[in-house]
Design a protein around this ligand. Structure first.
Ligand code: GLU
Length: 331
Protein backbone atom coordinates (compact mmCIF):
# COMPACT_ATOMS: atom_id res chain seq x y z
CA UNK A 1 0.00 0.00 0.00
CA UNK A 2 2.75 2.37 1.05
CA UNK A 3 4.51 1.64 -2.21
CA UNK A 4 1.41 2.42 -4.25
CA UNK A 5 0.96 5.73 -2.44
CA UNK A 6 4.58 6.73 -2.91
CA UNK A 7 4.37 5.76 -6.60
CA UNK A 8 1.27 7.93 -7.03
CA UNK A 9 2.89 10.81 -5.17
CA UNK A 10 5.96 10.47 -7.34
CA UNK A 11 3.88 10.44 -10.51
CA UNK A 12 1.95 13.55 -9.43
CA UNK A 13 5.21 15.30 -8.66
CA UNK A 14 6.61 14.44 -12.09
CA UNK A 15 3.35 15.61 -13.73
CA UNK A 16 3.45 18.92 -11.86
CA UNK A 17 7.05 19.71 -12.72
CA UNK A 18 6.50 18.75 -16.35
CA UNK A 19 3.64 21.31 -16.82
CA UNK A 20 4.77 24.31 -18.84
CA UNK A 21 5.31 27.07 -16.32
CA UNK A 22 3.01 29.43 -18.20
CA UNK A 23 0.10 27.04 -17.61
CA UNK A 24 1.06 25.81 -14.16
CA UNK A 25 1.74 29.20 -12.66
CA UNK A 26 0.89 32.26 -14.62
CA UNK A 27 -1.61 31.74 -17.44
CA UNK A 28 -4.72 33.85 -17.14
CA UNK A 29 -7.77 32.37 -18.82
CA UNK A 30 -10.62 34.62 -19.84
CA UNK A 31 -13.74 34.31 -21.98
CA UNK A 32 -15.64 36.63 -24.27
CA UNK A 33 -19.36 35.89 -24.68
CA UNK A 34 -20.52 36.20 -28.28
CA UNK A 35 -23.75 35.09 -29.99
CA UNK A 36 -24.86 32.34 -32.36
CA UNK A 37 -22.16 30.62 -34.42
CA UNK A 38 -23.46 32.13 -37.69
CA UNK A 39 -23.60 35.70 -36.30
CA UNK A 40 -21.06 38.51 -36.36
CA UNK A 41 -20.50 38.57 -32.56
CA UNK A 42 -18.85 35.18 -32.87
CA UNK A 43 -16.46 36.77 -35.37
CA UNK A 44 -15.82 39.74 -33.05
CA UNK A 45 -14.96 37.53 -30.08
CA UNK A 46 -12.75 35.23 -32.07
CA UNK A 47 -11.01 38.12 -33.83
CA UNK A 48 -10.19 39.60 -30.40
CA UNK A 49 -8.78 36.25 -29.25
CA UNK A 50 -6.75 36.03 -32.43
CA UNK A 51 -5.22 39.48 -31.83
CA UNK A 52 -4.48 38.59 -28.20
CA UNK A 53 -2.75 35.39 -29.33
CA UNK A 54 -0.83 37.34 -31.94
CA UNK A 55 0.52 39.91 -29.51
CA UNK A 56 1.25 37.17 -26.98
CA UNK A 57 3.21 35.01 -29.35
CA UNK A 58 5.18 38.03 -30.52
CA UNK A 59 6.15 38.67 -26.91
CA UNK A 60 6.37 35.04 -25.79
CA UNK A 61 3.49 35.70 -23.45
CA UNK A 62 5.49 38.21 -21.46
CA UNK A 63 4.46 41.65 -22.55
CA UNK A 64 5.36 44.63 -20.43
CA UNK A 65 2.39 45.52 -18.30
CA UNK A 66 0.97 42.02 -18.59
CA UNK A 67 2.52 39.76 -16.02
CA UNK A 68 0.65 36.70 -17.22
CA UNK A 69 0.30 34.71 -20.40
CA UNK A 70 -3.25 35.27 -21.63
CA UNK A 71 -5.49 32.45 -22.85
CA UNK A 72 -8.59 33.76 -24.57
CA UNK A 73 -11.72 31.89 -25.63
CA UNK A 74 -14.83 33.21 -27.34
CA UNK A 75 -17.62 30.65 -27.09
CA UNK A 76 -20.95 30.89 -28.88
CA UNK A 77 -23.70 32.05 -26.48
CA UNK A 78 -27.35 33.16 -26.44
CA UNK A 79 -26.37 36.79 -27.20
CA UNK A 80 -26.39 40.28 -25.64
CA UNK A 81 -28.49 40.01 -22.50
CA UNK A 82 -27.18 36.53 -21.72
CA UNK A 83 -23.62 37.89 -21.97
CA UNK A 84 -24.33 40.82 -19.66
CA UNK A 85 -25.87 38.49 -17.05
CA UNK A 86 -22.87 36.17 -17.18
CA UNK A 87 -20.40 39.07 -16.89
CA UNK A 88 -22.30 40.25 -13.83
CA UNK A 89 -21.92 36.79 -12.28
CA UNK A 90 -18.21 36.63 -13.12
CA UNK A 91 -18.71 33.65 -15.44
CA UNK A 92 -17.55 35.68 -18.46
CA UNK A 93 -14.95 38.45 -18.31
CA UNK A 94 -16.05 40.18 -21.53
CA UNK A 95 -18.99 40.02 -23.87
CA UNK A 96 -20.40 41.56 -27.00
CA UNK A 97 -23.69 43.37 -26.44
CA UNK A 98 -26.05 45.65 -28.32
CA UNK A 99 -25.76 49.29 -27.25
CA UNK A 100 -29.46 49.40 -26.25
CA UNK A 101 -28.97 46.55 -23.74
CA UNK A 102 -25.68 48.00 -22.53
CA UNK A 103 -27.56 51.23 -21.77
CA UNK A 104 -30.47 49.52 -20.04
CA UNK A 105 -28.25 47.17 -17.98
CA UNK A 106 -26.04 50.01 -16.75
CA UNK A 107 -28.94 52.38 -16.02
CA UNK A 108 -31.30 49.69 -14.76
CA UNK A 109 -34.01 51.05 -17.04
CA UNK A 110 -35.46 47.78 -18.40
CA UNK A 111 -35.13 45.31 -15.51
CA UNK A 112 -37.80 43.18 -17.22
CA UNK A 113 -35.42 42.58 -20.14
CA UNK A 114 -31.84 42.84 -18.83
CA UNK A 115 -30.48 42.58 -15.28
CA UNK A 116 -29.55 45.99 -13.83
CA UNK A 117 -25.76 46.03 -13.44
CA UNK A 118 -24.06 49.31 -12.65
CA UNK A 119 -20.69 47.52 -12.52
CA UNK A 120 -20.91 47.11 -16.29
CA UNK A 121 -18.03 48.82 -18.11
CA UNK A 122 -17.56 49.66 -21.78
CA UNK A 123 -14.40 48.63 -23.64
CA UNK A 124 -15.03 49.74 -27.24
CA UNK A 125 -17.72 49.55 -29.87
CA UNK A 126 -17.44 47.50 -33.01
CA UNK A 127 -19.79 47.40 -36.02
CA UNK A 128 -23.29 48.87 -36.50
CA UNK A 129 -26.16 46.40 -36.20
CA UNK A 130 -29.38 47.20 -38.03
CA UNK A 131 -32.51 45.50 -36.65
CA UNK A 132 -33.83 43.49 -39.59
CA UNK A 133 -37.07 41.69 -40.30
CA UNK A 134 -36.39 39.06 -42.91
CA UNK A 135 -39.44 37.70 -44.70
CA UNK A 136 -40.05 34.53 -46.64
CA UNK A 137 -40.54 34.66 -50.39
CA UNK A 138 -44.27 34.18 -51.00
CA UNK A 139 -45.24 35.34 -47.48
CA UNK A 140 -46.64 38.62 -48.91
CA UNK A 141 -45.08 40.56 -46.03
CA UNK A 142 -44.12 44.01 -47.28
CA UNK A 143 -44.06 46.09 -44.10
CA UNK A 144 -44.80 46.09 -40.36
CA UNK A 145 -48.59 46.06 -40.87
CA UNK A 146 -48.55 42.99 -43.07
CA UNK A 147 -46.80 40.97 -40.34
CA UNK A 148 -50.22 40.72 -38.67
CA UNK A 149 -51.35 37.10 -38.35
CA UNK A 150 -48.03 35.69 -39.63
CA UNK A 151 -45.71 33.10 -38.11
CA UNK A 152 -42.88 35.14 -36.68
CA UNK A 153 -39.66 34.17 -34.93
CA UNK A 154 -38.98 36.76 -32.22
CA UNK A 155 -35.60 35.31 -31.16
CA UNK A 156 -34.30 33.23 -28.28
CA UNK A 157 -34.41 34.65 -24.75
CA UNK A 158 -30.94 36.09 -24.01
CA UNK A 159 -30.48 37.44 -27.51
CA UNK A 160 -30.42 41.15 -28.19
CA UNK A 161 -32.96 40.86 -31.02
CA UNK A 162 -35.50 39.27 -28.67
CA UNK A 163 -35.57 42.35 -26.47
CA UNK A 164 -35.42 44.78 -29.37
CA UNK A 165 -38.29 42.98 -31.12
CA UNK A 166 -40.37 43.28 -27.92
CA UNK A 167 -39.57 46.99 -27.74
CA UNK A 168 -40.70 47.31 -31.36
CA UNK A 169 -43.99 45.56 -30.55
CA UNK A 170 -44.54 47.87 -27.56
CA UNK A 171 -43.80 50.89 -29.74
CA UNK A 172 -46.55 49.75 -32.13
CA UNK A 173 -48.94 49.08 -29.25
CA UNK A 174 -49.15 45.32 -29.86
CA UNK A 175 -47.92 42.12 -28.24
CA UNK A 176 -47.23 38.63 -29.55
CA UNK A 177 -51.00 38.19 -30.10
CA UNK A 178 -50.63 40.47 -33.13
CA UNK A 179 -48.95 37.62 -34.98
CA UNK A 180 -50.51 34.30 -35.94
CA UNK A 181 -47.86 32.54 -33.86
CA UNK A 182 -44.41 33.29 -32.49
CA UNK A 183 -41.34 31.12 -32.00
CA UNK A 184 -38.06 31.51 -30.10
CA UNK A 185 -35.56 29.93 -32.46
CA UNK A 186 -31.89 30.87 -32.17
CA UNK A 187 -30.10 32.85 -34.86
CA UNK A 188 -28.53 29.72 -36.28
CA UNK A 189 -31.94 28.00 -36.63
CA UNK A 190 -34.07 30.78 -38.06
CA UNK A 191 -32.95 30.88 -41.70
CA UNK A 192 -33.45 27.14 -42.10
CA UNK A 193 -36.92 27.41 -40.57
CA UNK A 194 -37.79 30.26 -42.94
CA UNK A 195 -36.66 28.38 -46.04
CA UNK A 196 -38.56 25.28 -44.80
CA UNK A 197 -41.71 27.47 -44.53
CA UNK A 198 -42.02 26.80 -40.79
CA UNK A 199 -41.98 30.55 -40.20
CA UNK A 200 -42.87 33.57 -42.37
CA UNK A 201 -40.44 36.08 -40.89
CA UNK A 202 -37.75 36.53 -38.28
CA UNK A 203 -36.22 39.50 -36.48
CA UNK A 204 -32.46 39.76 -36.15
CA UNK A 205 -30.18 42.54 -34.96
CA UNK A 206 -26.95 41.77 -36.75
CA UNK A 207 -24.01 43.30 -38.62
CA UNK A 208 -24.03 43.52 -42.40
CA UNK A 209 -23.30 41.35 -44.30
CA UNK A 210 -24.11 38.21 -42.37
CA UNK A 211 -23.87 34.62 -43.48
CA UNK A 212 -26.95 33.63 -41.47
CA UNK A 213 -29.13 36.20 -43.25
CA UNK A 214 -27.60 35.26 -46.62
CA UNK A 215 -28.70 31.69 -46.03
CA UNK A 216 -32.32 32.82 -46.45
CA UNK A 217 -31.95 35.78 -48.85
CA UNK A 218 -29.54 34.15 -51.27
CA UNK A 219 -30.64 30.63 -50.38
CA UNK A 220 -34.44 30.86 -50.73
CA UNK A 221 -35.26 34.38 -51.98
CA UNK A 222 -36.12 36.00 -48.63
CA UNK A 223 -36.04 39.79 -48.34
CA UNK A 224 -35.61 42.47 -45.67
CA UNK A 225 -38.47 44.92 -45.13
CA UNK A 226 -38.29 48.66 -44.46
CA UNK A 227 -38.98 49.63 -40.85
CA UNK A 228 -39.66 53.36 -40.89
CA UNK A 229 -43.11 53.62 -39.34
CA UNK A 230 -44.00 56.58 -37.09
CA UNK A 231 -43.40 54.31 -34.10
CA UNK A 232 -39.86 53.59 -35.31
CA UNK A 233 -39.24 57.30 -35.92
CA UNK A 234 -40.32 57.98 -32.35
CA UNK A 235 -38.03 55.24 -30.99
CA UNK A 236 -35.07 56.80 -32.80
CA UNK A 237 -35.99 60.32 -31.70
CA UNK A 238 -36.49 59.33 -28.05
CA UNK A 239 -33.50 57.04 -27.44
CA UNK A 240 -29.79 57.89 -27.74
CA UNK A 241 -28.82 54.29 -28.53
CA UNK A 242 -30.98 53.95 -31.67
CA UNK A 243 -30.20 55.44 -35.06
CA UNK A 244 -31.61 55.00 -38.55
CA UNK A 245 -29.67 52.48 -40.58
CA UNK A 246 -29.52 51.55 -44.24
CA UNK A 247 -28.87 48.12 -45.70
CA UNK A 248 -27.50 49.04 -49.12
CA UNK A 249 -28.91 47.55 -52.29
CA UNK A 250 -26.75 44.73 -53.55
CA UNK A 251 -25.88 43.48 -50.06
CA UNK A 252 -27.75 40.22 -50.68
CA UNK A 253 -29.08 38.68 -53.87
CA UNK A 254 -32.60 39.96 -53.13
CA UNK A 255 -31.44 43.47 -52.07
CA UNK A 256 -32.81 45.34 -55.10
CA UNK A 257 -33.19 48.63 -53.22
CA UNK A 258 -31.72 50.22 -50.09
CA UNK A 259 -33.63 49.14 -46.98
CA UNK A 260 -34.30 51.65 -44.21
CA UNK A 261 -34.53 50.43 -40.66
CA UNK A 262 -33.24 51.39 -37.21
CA UNK A 263 -30.25 49.95 -35.42
CA UNK A 264 -27.77 49.89 -32.59
CA UNK A 265 -24.01 49.41 -32.21
CA UNK A 266 -22.33 46.18 -31.23
CA UNK A 267 -20.16 46.91 -28.20
CA UNK A 268 -17.59 45.02 -26.20
CA UNK A 269 -18.29 45.23 -22.48
CA UNK A 270 -16.76 43.97 -19.26
CA UNK A 271 -17.15 44.33 -15.50
CA UNK A 272 -15.54 46.76 -13.07
CA UNK A 273 -14.35 43.58 -11.30
CA UNK A 274 -12.09 42.63 -14.23
CA UNK A 275 -8.49 43.78 -13.71
CA UNK A 276 -7.06 46.88 -15.32
CA UNK A 277 -4.13 44.83 -16.67
CA UNK A 278 -6.38 42.38 -18.48
CA UNK A 279 -8.59 45.03 -20.08
CA UNK A 280 -5.52 47.06 -21.04
CA UNK A 281 -3.90 44.00 -22.67
CA UNK A 282 -7.06 43.12 -24.65
CA UNK A 283 -7.57 46.69 -25.88
CA UNK A 284 -3.92 47.00 -26.82
CA UNK A 285 -4.02 43.72 -28.77
CA UNK A 286 -7.01 44.94 -30.80
CA UNK A 287 -5.96 48.54 -31.40
CA UNK A 288 -2.38 47.66 -32.27
CA UNK A 289 -3.56 45.13 -34.82
CA UNK A 290 -6.58 47.03 -36.06
CA UNK A 291 -5.76 46.58 -39.75
CA UNK A 292 -5.61 42.85 -39.26
CA UNK A 293 -8.74 42.94 -37.06
CA UNK A 294 -10.70 44.75 -39.82
CA UNK A 295 -9.85 41.98 -42.27
CA UNK A 296 -11.48 39.34 -40.09
CA UNK A 297 -15.01 40.22 -41.27
CA UNK A 298 -16.45 42.64 -43.87
CA UNK A 299 -18.65 44.24 -41.14
CA UNK A 300 -15.43 45.51 -39.48
CA UNK A 301 -14.11 47.27 -42.61
CA UNK A 302 -15.03 50.79 -41.45
CA UNK A 303 -13.90 50.58 -37.85
CA UNK A 304 -12.39 53.90 -36.78
CA UNK A 305 -10.55 54.15 -33.43
CA UNK A 306 -11.90 57.65 -32.72
CA UNK A 307 -15.47 56.34 -33.04
CA UNK A 308 -14.86 52.99 -31.36
CA UNK A 309 -14.13 54.69 -28.04
CA UNK A 310 -17.28 56.85 -28.12
CA UNK A 311 -20.12 55.54 -30.30
CA UNK A 312 -22.73 53.36 -28.64
CA UNK A 313 -21.00 53.43 -25.24
CA UNK A 314 -23.26 54.41 -22.38
CA UNK A 315 -21.58 52.54 -19.51
CA UNK A 316 -18.35 54.25 -18.35
CA UNK A 317 -15.16 53.05 -20.04
CA UNK A 318 -13.18 50.55 -17.98
CA UNK A 319 -10.04 52.16 -16.44
CA UNK A 320 -7.81 49.64 -18.27
CA UNK A 321 -9.24 50.84 -21.59
CA UNK A 322 -8.93 54.52 -20.58
CA UNK A 323 -5.27 53.94 -19.71
CA UNK A 324 -4.52 52.64 -23.20
CA UNK A 325 -6.61 55.29 -25.03
CA UNK A 326 -4.84 58.07 -23.08
CA UNK A 327 -1.40 56.61 -23.74
CA UNK A 328 -2.17 56.58 -27.45
CA UNK A 329 -3.56 60.09 -27.44
CA UNK A 330 -7.03 58.88 -28.44
CA UNK A 331 -8.57 60.56 -25.41
N1 GLU B 1 -27.29 41.26 -31.81
C1 GLU B 1 -27.41 39.87 -31.49
C2 GLU B 1 -27.59 39.72 -30.01
O1 GLU B 1 -27.42 40.64 -29.28
C3 GLU B 1 -26.25 39.03 -31.95
C4 GLU B 1 -25.82 39.25 -33.36
C5 GLU B 1 -24.61 38.45 -33.75
O2 GLU B 1 -24.45 37.32 -33.27
O3 GLU B 1 -23.83 38.98 -34.52
O4 GLU B 1 -27.87 38.69 -29.51
Amino acid sequence: MKKIISTITGALFLFAISLPTSIAKSAEFFSIGTGGPTGVYFQVGNAICKMVAKIQSADHGRKKGTAKALRCSAPSTGGSTYNIGQIMQGELQFGVAQSDWQYHAYNGTRPDKVKPFNGLRAVFSAHPEPFQIITRKGSKIKDWNSLKGKKVNIGNPGSGQRGTFEVLMEAHGVDTGYFGSTSELTSSEQSGALCDKKIDAFGYTVGVPNAGVAQSTDGCGASIINLNTDAVKKLVADNPFYAFATIPKGTYKTSKKDVTTFGVMASVVTSEAVSEDLVYAVVKAVFENLDDFKKQHPAFANLDPAKMIVDGLSAPLHPGAVKYYKEKGLM
